[in-house]
Design a protein around this ligand. Structure first.
Ligand code: NAP
Ligand code: MG
Length: 504
């Protein structure tokens, strides 16, 4: 076993297969051989719109590029839907709703949804590679989290489809009709599953728009809908940027709209739909506090902090982007945190050893850089581990800011990148006060040995999810959603179903 001081000589630069010398690479401990995932993502060169069960060319004839953010190459051309395409999608959905899907008994709908879940499991590796190529997230996350979780959402909701009498005991549950949905780029397939599965289980039909930079897995899922024999028009996928999202949210046929994305765009949509009778759910931004008390298991908490903010490059609405640490252990936690992020590997998302992949787009990288520069300018102390980033592609090193005050932009604004702001507190009340002092309220984490304190904190924190001695854990049975400017409505669990039905 080489000692730490010997480690730099264990692999000569010549064996590093064209990569920079080991001592310059992220991951200060050992250099690993590259371990790329090799499954074929089975991408098409061009993806059309999915309307009425078929892939159709956009009426505009226009396509845009979907880029691999890891190396800035084009993966595929994606159709740009205009208002006429969105209208065709809604008409197909309405037709499917009135003639087929809305009339099917729940036990029949369940069969289709189970089939979708199983077909997704069958093609899991292929989907994981496609998701990583299109969005930049590490393959170990798309393989172990995104794709299995998406399948789990279809399984869970398939299970509900014939048990809807138990959603609201004593009340009769009916679908809403056609639902319009718009989703972001951070969990492209998973957000799609969160939106589609409950809607379909209850008997609604859907028009959905993925984000501009990550449409591919949605269109691959459309192939699964075809293979599953899902009746045409039950799910329609319209891709595009610019006005496409607004056309989906504003269409008169939509009985309900569901949006996941930024608070800024959520507000625009709410303003534009004020006065209409559309039901709405909004899953918006966050600025979560991960709160570490002095009695917490510190090493475990450090792992949780790392998972909370560096998971998926920090492209997570519920990311633990503010660390609140009790003053007496602040120095210890910060030192351990720095040591830990020194050995995180930033680089090729397809490599199974990679911890932090590519930032989703050049625009998002610019946003992260802008906010980090603001943090430095406002006087916070920046720490970034040394190392060389790949020359091509959009990458950002894991970043920890200490000496942060509540007024700093990095403590208030959603950065949506691998950037942690560390603040301290002395008392329980101060921790609650600081954690709640934000416009958002999506999630929070509490690390302590005391069960009673966990209960107190989970009651007083104004956040939709409070994790205790863990972070970023998800389950289809557990409702997820926000307080305040993080939105309203829930996804997952029985509560999530209530947002896709009417009760009689
Ligand atoms: P975004 O800019 O708000 O975009 C989200 C989606 O809305 C995209 O599909 C976008 O299309 C579309 N869109 C843009 N302008 C629109 C308009 N005027 N009307 C209707 N649709 C419009 O957000 P993002 O940058 O993709 O995603 C990051 C944000 O999502 C973060 O704030 C994050 O916190 C939030 N998020 C929240 C949750 C949650 O559950 N609360 C989960 C995940 C993400 P284009 O791509 O074509 O612009
Ligand atoms: Mg892309």
């Amino acid at each position: 076993m080489p000692t730490l001081t010997e480690k730099k000589s264990i692999r000569p630069a010549s064996r590093a297969q064209g990569r920079p010398a080991p001592e310059l690479i992220f991951g200060d401990l050992w250099e690993y051989d590259p371990a790329p995932e090799t499954a074929d993502p089975k991408l098409k060169a061009r993806y059309d719109l999915f309307i009425d069960g078929r892939f159709v060319a956009p009426k505009s004839g226009q396509y845009f590029d979907s880029i691999n953010p890891a190396n800035e190459t084009r993966l595929a051309k994606i159709a740009q839907a205009n208002a006429a395409d969105v209208d065709a999608a809604y008409r197909a959905a309405q037709n499917a709703y009135t003639k087929v899907w809305g009339k099917l008994p729940g036990r029949e709908r369940a069969k289709y949804i189970y089939r979708i879940a199983r077909l997704l499991q069958d093609r899991a590796r292929e989907f994981a590679v496609a998701e990583t190529l299109d969005g930049g997230k590490p393959i170990k996350e798309s393989r172990d989290f995104d794709v299995p979780m998406a399948a789990a959402h279809f399984f869970y909701h398939a299970g509900w489809a014939d048990k809807l009498d138990y959603v609201a005991p004593g009340r009769r549950v009916a679908p809403l009709g056609v639902v319009g949905q718009v989703i972001p780029w951070n969990f492209p397939l998973l957000m799609l599953a969160w939106k589609l599965a409950p809607a379909l289980a209850l008997g609604n039909c859907v028009v959905i728009k993925p984000a501009e930079t990550t449409s591919i897995t949605a269109l691959k899922l459309a192939e699964i809908f075809q293979d599953a024999g899902l009746p045409p028009g039950v799910v329609n996928i319209v891709t595009g940027f610019g006005d496409t999202g607004a056309a989906v949210m504003g269409h008169p046929i939509a009985a309900k709209v569901a949006f996941t994305g930024s608070t800024e765009v959520g507000k625009i949509i709410m303003r534009s739909l004020a006065g209409t009778d559309k039901k709405m759910t909004m899953e918006l931004g966050g600025k979560a506090a991960n709160i570490v008390f002095a009695d917490a298991p510190i090493d475990q908490a450090v792992e949780g902090i790392v998972n909370g903010i560096f998971f998926n490059q920090g492209h997570v609405c519920c990311a633990g982007s503010r660390l609140l640490v009790q003053e007496s252990v602040a120095a210890e936690v910060l030192a351990k945190l720095k040591n830990r992020i020194k050995v995180l590997r930033v680089g090729d998302p397809l490599d199974k050893n990679t911890d932090i992949g590519a930032i989703n787009s050049a625009e998002q990288l610019a946003t992260i850089k802008r906010l980090v520069a603001a943090g430095v300018k406002e006087g916070a102390t920046l720490y970034q581990p040394p190392g060389v980033l790949p020359a091509k592609g959009y990458y950002f090193r894991p970043t920890v800011f200490s000496n942060v005050s509540m007024s700093h932009r990095i403590a208030r604004e959603e950065i949506f990148g691998p950037v942690l702001s560390v603040l301290t507190f002395r008392t329980v009340d101060e921790a609650v006060e600081k954690a709640n002092n934000t416009a958002y309220g999506l999630s929070a984490g509490v690390w302590t040995d005391k069960g009673s304190r966990i209960l107190k904190m989970s009651t007083e924190l104004k956040a939709g999810v409070v994790w205790a001695n863990t972070y970023n854990k998800f389950d289809p049975t557990s409702p997820f959603g926000g307080y305040k400017e993080s939105g309203f409505g829930r996804e997952g669990g029985r509560q999530g179903l209530l947002d896709y039905c009417q009760l009689a």
